[in-house]
Ligand binder design. Structure first.
Ligand code: LCS
Length: 393
């Protein structure tokens, strides 16, 4: 079925679906590493790109393709490239778009390893990186050099919840001939569509909202145009960062409920944020849906909802945060985010532990910052759990 002009929730369920000879309602798992050619000529034609047909699962597979087309349609992109993890998506993109002597400007607050791999690994191949607070556009302009190739932003940023203006970044990218890449993990295409705002590439850790059930890791890249798609797919396949067919099947199942899951989680998040904001033991809170968020207006203009992620600090600093994390029972003390369950964690010592102390400070990842991913449980229970934990401080 052509779902291009259907609504978002219809696309979630039907985009990318396969019509097979048995009338399968779900996309089957093509758990095969390789595919038979019809003839020697067909094999040669597949390799030469002259004939359609799958070759080898690292390069492509029907179950994986169904997911890639589903997410590409949700993001209004050309096509998708599914990867073994979100980091597989990020490194495939870096590998395709950066080279010795080139430079990338990145949000300072990004998922720790997305920054760490540039600082510790790509730097060994003479790739330069500058990390700036991209919520202030002037910082980006100042950081651009003649050898800058990529502008990489995460909005809202993990874990500071800063918002970066995607349209303004797109203008800067066009003026300076840069590829604008947006990590859309915190929003998912349900709440934000970076390609519609001028981005060239969107990245997701599908481990998070897109799959939503804390049972697989995975990633995806969606490009606006075919040329970038081919370039990044080549890097992904050569580096072997491909997703597995069973993983793709799981994500196809998870994504069907993305709309209702996020709608419910963000309703809960708004209520939780409102309670925390006025709680005596809470020093500060950053949730894009609260008017005291420094980029509340920007969040309202580029996101269609405020999401389920927030960060906050307690009056007793890290020691108080530790007490809270040790005294909640419904919220799981665990990294990851975007699942049906509420998760709480401490970025400075957990997800962003690999970022240098100086880097953390510059990015605003303070020692007292606690990150909360609000799930779809009954909100009264989430609030009660947090309030009970706060009482122990
Ligand atoms: N992008 C963002 C915004 C992320 O939050 C993560 C993982 C990744 C990319 C990488 O994806 P992965 O390879 O894990 O699928 N973020 C995590 C977090 O905040 N806690 O645990 C993982």
């Amino acid at each position: 079925m052509d779902t291009k002009h259907k609504g978002f929730n219809t696309k979630l369920i039907h985009a990318g679906a396969i019509d097979d000879e048995y009338g399968s309602a779900n996309v089957p798992i093509y758990q095969t590493s390789t595919f038979k050619f019809k003839s020697a000529q067909h094999g040669a034609d597949c390799f030469a790109g002259k004939s359609d047909g799958y070759i080898y699962t690292r390069i492509g597979n029907p179950t994986i393709k169904a997911l890639e087309q589903n997410i590409a349609e949700l993001e209004n992109g050309f096509d998708g490239i599914a990867t073994s993890s979100g980091m597989g998506a990020i490194t495939s993109m870096y590998m395709a778009l950066l080279g010795a002597g080139s430079h990338i400007v990145s949000s300072a607050a990004v998922y720790g390893p997305a920054r760490g791999v540039l600082e510790q690994d790509f730097s060994r191949f003479n790739v330069e990186a500058s990390f700036v607070n991209t919520s202030n556009i002037e910082n980006i302009k100042k950081a651009i050099k003649p050898n800058t190739k990529v502008l990489y932003i995460e909005t809202p940023a993990n874990p500071t919840m800063e918002i970066t203006d995607i349209k303004a970044c797109s203008e800067i990218a066009k003026e300076n001939n840069l590829t604008l890449v947006v990590d859309n993990t915190f929003c998912s295409p349900h709440l934000q569509k970076p390609l519609d705002m001028g981005a060239d590439v969107v990245i997701h850790s599908v481990t998070k909202f897109i799959n939503g059930h804390a049972d697989i890791v995975g990633g995806i890249i969606v490009t606006k145009e075919e040329e970038l798609y081919k370039k990044i797919r080549h890097s992904m396949a050569y580096m072997g960062c491909n997703m597995d067919p069973t993983q793709a099947f799981m994500v196809l199942r998870g994504v069907k409920t993305l709309g209702i899951r996020i709608d419910r989680a963000q309703q809960n998040a708004m209520k939780v944020a409102t309670v925390l904001k006025s709680h005596l033991k809470v020093e500060w809170i950053k949730y894009p849906g609260l008017e005291n968020h420094p980029q509340y207006e920007l969040a309202k203009s580029q996101m269609t909802g405020f999401g389920a992620m927030m960060s906050f600090g307690l009056k007793g600093g890290f020691d108080a945060g530790k007490k809270l994390m040790d005294n909640v029972h419904l919220a799981l003390l665990a990294v990851s985010l975007g699942g049906v369950e509420t998760l709480i964690q401490h970025p400075a010592s957990m997800t962003h532990a690999g970022v240098s102390k100086k880097g953390k400070l510059a990015a605003g990842i303070t020692d007292d910052l606690i990150r909360l991913s609000v799930g779809i449980e009954d909100v009264e229970d989430i609030i009660e759990d947090l309030e009970e934990g706060l009482k122990k401080i």
